[in-house]
Design a protein around this ligand. Structure first.
Ligand SMILES: [Zn+2]
Length: 294
């Protein structure tokens, strides 16, 4: 396992830093293949691609420094095709009224549901599993921007939408997942308070991404805990969960080793935080549970 102790956090918050970061990416972040050398005609099969679609950011985003990377035209087309339905849903839920209407249920194959917790019942959407995964290419693009490193499509991951949501077949798993989300947000808050986090700001601050890296205590892998804010996401979340429980997109993904210059949240940082200490243990249980089900 690569052990990197590094004081330099990755913070990309200005147009110039973003341009430098984008420039050092020598691969297509969607497929991982090396891009052609920059000589005449090199752009022939490439296009400039918005990592997070402009339409998601809406009027809240000025044209100020978007995240645009070079990718293969074919990869770009595949991403768009896959993401279209998801974007429709995300856009629908980025504007009032909340919660969803009968028409949404009819046209979007969504199912409103209730999740009963110990003291509460919270509204849930099912049929939205694909939508949740629509943010995965964004996270992969942000990973490329931060570390100039390819993040494979099939990396193990867990993503939480701003409202409790899942695909219908994951319904039974949802309660356990929902208990896990606050742990991640707590861990990231702690990492930020210790200044051990990496950051991207783009679109004039309309896109806000923060993450930190943690060693998984049960195998030699490492994981990245992240959160992503885009315009109106908080309102969407608040409309369903109430002001005290609102949340942005967040989640985690696994990798084999820490990327260069990644901000690492060491295990001793957990010590004063009993809840976050449970994280590696929870992850272990989750992985074991998955293996059994296969
Ligand atoms: Zn490609």
């Amino acid at each position: 396992m690569t052990q990197i102790m590094c004081d330099v956090a990755r913070r990309i918050t200005t147009q110039q830093q973003l341009a430098i970061a984008a420039d050092r990416i020598a691969f297509c972040y969607l497929c991982g293949e090396t891009l052609p050398a920059r000589k005449p005609g090199w752009k022939k099969h490439l296009s400039r691609e918005h990592v997070v679609p402009r339409s998601i950011l809406g009027a809240g985003a000025t044209g100020a420094f978007p995240i645009v990377l070079w990718v293969h035209r074919t990869c770009d087309a595949a991403k768009k095709e896959q993401g279209d339905y998801c974007l429709t849903i995300l856009q629908r839920f980025s504007v009032p009224p909340y919660p969803i209407t009968r028409r949404d249920v009819r046209t979007m194959n969504l199912r409103p549901d209730l999740l009963f917790t110990k003291n509460d019942a919270i509204p849930v959407l099912t049929g939205i599993g694909g939508t949740i995964d629509a943010t995965w290419p964004w996270v992969r693009g942000l990973h490329a921007v931060l570390y100039a490193e390819f993040l494979p499509h099939d990396s193990q991951r867990l993503t939480f939408a701003p409202v409790p949501a899942c695909s219908p077949e994951r319904r039974e798993d949802l309660e356990r997942r929902e208990r896990f989300g606050p742990l991640l947000r707590q861990l990231l808050r702690r990492a930020m308070s210790l200044n051990k986090f990496d950051r991207v700001r783009a679109w004039g601050g309309a896109l806000r991404y923060d993450c930190c890296w943690v060693r998984n205590l049960h195998d030699c892998r490492v994981l990245c805990v992240w959160q992503l804010e885009t315009p109106r996401v908080r309102e969407w979340s608040r409309g369903v969960l109430g002001a005290e429980n609102e949340r942005p997109w967040h989640g985690l993904y696994f990798a084999q080793s820490f990327p260069p210059q990644a901000s690492v949240f060491e295990s001793e940082d957990f010590v004063t935080n009993s809840e976050a200490r449970r994280l590696p243990w929870v992850l272990q249980r989750r992985t074991a549970h998955r293996r059994r089900r296969r």
